[in-house]
Design a protein around this ligand. Structure first.
Ligand SMILES: O=C(O)CCC(=O)C(=O)O
Ligand SMILES: [Fe+2]
Length: 531
């Protein structure tokens, strides 16, 4: 609610009997003077004047002056009651407005004075104009007071000092001058009853009707106020819940947008640095593939640029770094792995950059990755099904570069009697072929360039993994089908790597693949000479 009433609507309730039109003036003059006096006090809102009394005689004059004539027969009380009822009808529809009373002496009407006081407390601005004979009401909580003889002539309102001077403390009708402040402001007081005088039966009837009407109107006002408060509360709640759902929708929308964007980029084989999103936001769990719970495939783990840089470093290494095996070439970085552990050699920074990224983002390695095996496969080369040795247990991460390839996983026979007989890949480059235990549980993973495959625990110890040396590989059984489909989509545009034969999905390997097998050998020999 605003306290500034300068532009608020104004209503003037004018008792034309007790505040007669001065001789020599007409209705129009008086109404102009009232409006002028209001303007002089800074009230510029639209003015609506209602006149009460024997208005029939001047009906046309009032109408011409834009004044609403309210014909009321009877005495001051009748007019005041009509005014009170209209006042309530007005305040119901005009909250925070300016209410001006131009009427006679109503100092006996304690109830009415209290109504005015209440209005003042409810952010209505109460203005009062009385004939010089009425002194009592000068002390009710009004904002401005005029004397009728001056207001009718357009003279300014009286000053506070003048108002006090005008109060005749000896006038019995001014009794409330000496009442406590709380009484003056319409608050409860036991004195009120004592001040009332006995009424004639007819008057008492009238009083009863009047009071019931006032009560009815007050109830309307209260109901309206309660409705407004409830509406305001409801509006606030609706706004709050709208904001809440917008915030939630926005949150989920942004999450799904991020997800959708990443997926669509991945499917298109585009280069995006996924690792911070892959692990910190989406968590490793989201990259689980297949039924074995410990196999993770993260497509696009590195960017095209990072892939190129890695390949440059790998092919930039001295020729002696390569060890040629029967069906592939390899580089060993990080030291030699022996039965008693790793005889370490510092990894070059171009490798620690990537191993640190794998270590930090996966959170699966108990300390820094200290060993990297780089394998190079031509299209007709592969690696026999094998199990990585216990030296690296329980986790391995393989980063793929260059061409795609299919890695097959098959359960091995470690559960048969004489488990010890199963040989393991204890040294770089050595792989061991072990017969499958159960073909039904075999699965394959399509390893796209720039992807990272991690397998650990059961997948590490209970399965053999290998790459066939065939230049064509079937990828029907791949568990990372989404990437396989993405591959088909990409290949159909620019290469003949993918084709279908008798319903089988065939990958044609026509380029070299390079992989980085990143592992941690926890057992490290610190002192080389003691070994
Ligand atoms: O090149 C690959 O993806 C697999 C390499 C591997 O299994 C190994 O080095 O033990
Ligand atoms: Fe391996």
């Amino acid at each position: 609610m605003s306290n500034n009433h300068s532009d608020a609507s104004i209503v003037v309730f004018w008792d034309i009997v007790d505040c007669k039109i001065p001789d020599g003036l007409n209705v129009n003059d008086v109404s102009n003077n009232i409006e002028k006096a209001l303007k002089d006090c800074g009230y510029n809102g639209s003015v609506s004047i209602k006149a009460y009394g024997e208005t029939d005689d001047f009906k046309d004059q009032f109408i011409n002056a834009g004044i609403n004539p309210m014909h009321v027969a009877g005495d001051t009380n009748h007019r005041v009651r009509s005014i009170t009822i209209d006042m309530y009808a007005w305040v119901i529809n005009h909250p925070d407005s300016v209410v001006m009373f131009v009427f006679g002496d109503i100092s006996r009407d304690v109830g009415f004075i209290k109504e005015l006081a209440e209005l003042g407390l409810r952010n209505f601005r109460i203005l009062l104009c009385q004939p010089p004979s009425a002194t009592g009401l000068l002390f009710i909580p009004t904002t401005k007071v005029w004397r009728w003889d001056s207001l009718a002539l357009g003279v300014p309102s009286i000053s506070e000092t003048e108002r006090i001077k005008l109060v005749d403390v000896n006038n019995p009708r001014s009794y409330y001058v000496n009442q406590p402040e709380s009484w003056k402001y319409g608050l409860d007081s036991d004195d009120e009853k004592g001040q009332e005088e006995a009424l004639e039966p007819e008057e008492a009837n009238l009083e009863f009707e009047y009071m019931s009407e006032i009560q009815r109107l007050k109830n309307v006002v209260q109901e309206r106020d309660a409705k407004m408060v409830a509406m305001e509360k409801k509006k606030q709640e609706e706004l709050e819940s709208a904001y809440k759902s917008i915030r939630e929708e926005f949150f989920f929308l942004s999450l799904s947008l991020v997800k959708a964007t990443i997926q669509s980029l991945l499917f298109k084989g585009l280069s995006i640095p996924l690792f911070p999103i892959a692990f910190t936001v989406m968590e490793l769990e989201r990259f689980k593939v297949g039924l074995t719970p410990t196999v993770f495939y993260i497509p696009g783990f590195i960017t095209d640029e990072e892939q190129t840089q890695l390949l440059n470093h790998i092919y930039g290494a001295s020729g002696s770094k390569w060890k040629t095996l029967k069906n592939r070439r390899l580089q060993n970085w990080g030291g030699m792995v022996h039965e008693k552990g790793l005889v370490p050699q510092e990894l070059p920074s171009w490798l620690t950059k990537i191993t640190a990224k794998i270590h930090e983002s996966s959170g699966l390695f108990s300390s820094t990755i200290n060993h990297v095996l780089i394998n190079e496969y031509h299209p007709d080369q592969g690696i026999m099904p094998h199990q990585d040795g216990p030296a690296y247990f329980p986790v391995v991460a393989i980063l793929s570069l260059g061409a795609p390839v299919v890695m097959d996983f098959s359960p091995h026979l470690r559960f048969r009697s004489g488990d010890d007989e199963i040989s393991r890949d204890q040294s770089p480059g050595a792989e061991n072929c072990v017969p499958e235990r159960d073909n039904q549980h075999s699965f394959s993973v399509l390893m796209m360039p720039r992807s990272l495959l991690i397998f650990k625990d059961d997948a590490y110890s209970d399965y053999l993994h290998g790459i066939s040396d065939s230049p064509t590989q079937c990828y029907n059984k791949v568990v990372n089908e989404a990437e396989a489909l993405a591959l088909s989509a990409t290949n159909s545009e620019n290469s003949n790597e993918d084709s279908r034969k008798d319903g089988d999905k065939i990958l044609h390997r026509d380029k070299t693949r390079v992989s980085l097998t990143c592992r941690l050998v926890p057992k490290v020999h610190k002192n080389l000479f003691r070994f």
